[in-house]
Design a protein around this ligand. Sequence first.
Ligand SMILES: [Zn+2]
Length: 438
Amino acid sequence: MSDNSRPLSSDRLAALRTDIAARREELIALTQDLVRIPTLNPPGADYRRCCEYLGARLAAHGFDVRFIRAEGAPGDTDAYPRWNVVARHEGRQAGACVHFNSHIDVVEVGAGWTKDPFGGTVEDGKVYGRGACDMKGGLAASIIAAESFIRLFPDYSGAIEISGTADEETGGYGGVAYLAQNGWFAPKRVQHVIIPEPLQKDRICLGHRGGWWAEIETFGEIAHGSMPFLGDCAVRHMGAVLHKFETELLPAISERQTKMPVAPDGARRSTMNINAVHGGQEELAKGSTALLSNCVPDSCRLSIERRYLVEESYEGVRGEIAAMLDSLKATRPRFDYALRELNHVAPSMTQPDAPIVQTLARQIEAVLGDAPELIASPGSYDQKHIDRIGKLQNCVAYGPGLLELAHKPDEYVDVNDMLDSAIVMAAALAELLLQQSD
Ligand SMILES: [Zn+2]
């Protein structure tokens, strides 16, 4: 244990355990209520209703509640306004602020459900529904944790914040990014952030890889398909691009290992996915018996998703692909291309010795009996905005639920996992916000 650790007394931990365990039914009901508000994104439905539900509950527990609309953010319209809620509870003395941030949006339902996706069915100790795991269960656990802590230790120092934010599933621009731009995550206001994403109750997620999405277009010249030599085939040019990727880029990037503990192991290196390729004429509708006309394609577009490491740079990732395209332009007759960036997310990694990591690690061990696994995520989440825009590096993801269930049919969260992680969250509040002599 490091020198600055403030071990929680066993009395305090026992009190939190007892209080939270007794609120099992309340935690289930809260999770059900949240699942029953179908905050689908896209389009960004029912955000206001969900924020008002959270605001009413937290105001009744002494929180100061603010509703913030991300006006002008992508997708913000009067039909689908991007509402967020931030609730703050002040302790009796000055001290650090611990913030729990959860996104309220959920992804589309998709096929294959045997349960009502917005019913909140409870069966065998699990709450089912779209968003139960990702991440309304984590949001509910953090609310129960904060309420229990405040009730048992009303004289604490510092502040507790709980936010419900929009649009994480589509980049977070109408949610955490907007709040960070407006000072809500400034290090002078907030010192510790826990994002209760479903990373499992015994793991702490330090951050995520970067991502760069781009479209490459190759050009050709249209001509009659019976005389291709009179034109120039954009699809064949794209074939040369793909050949370069297969023989040069993919082997090179797969050699690059990261020190980040990304789980699963396969994502502990640089990767690139080809998301789509479109060349020549529009595809005919399924079932159509028409024939394509005889034409040499004059355009081919390739969408790529390049996930990169904290050890790599954005400029390097972009430059490497541009250099390969330029080398084709120099050597391949008539080759020409356009490269368009579609989206960029910087990698983010909180240091393992950061206070929030150390505190959660100690409390996971105290509550669950085993030291946690420190991991990083292959895909990104809202930590990027808190880090890059908010300039706050003391942030992790920690919450109940199995990541494999996110976005799947019959998504669920286990009630015992929610209770255990709520106890860990409350114990972390006790370590960070109570004096040893209190
Ligand atoms: Zn999520």
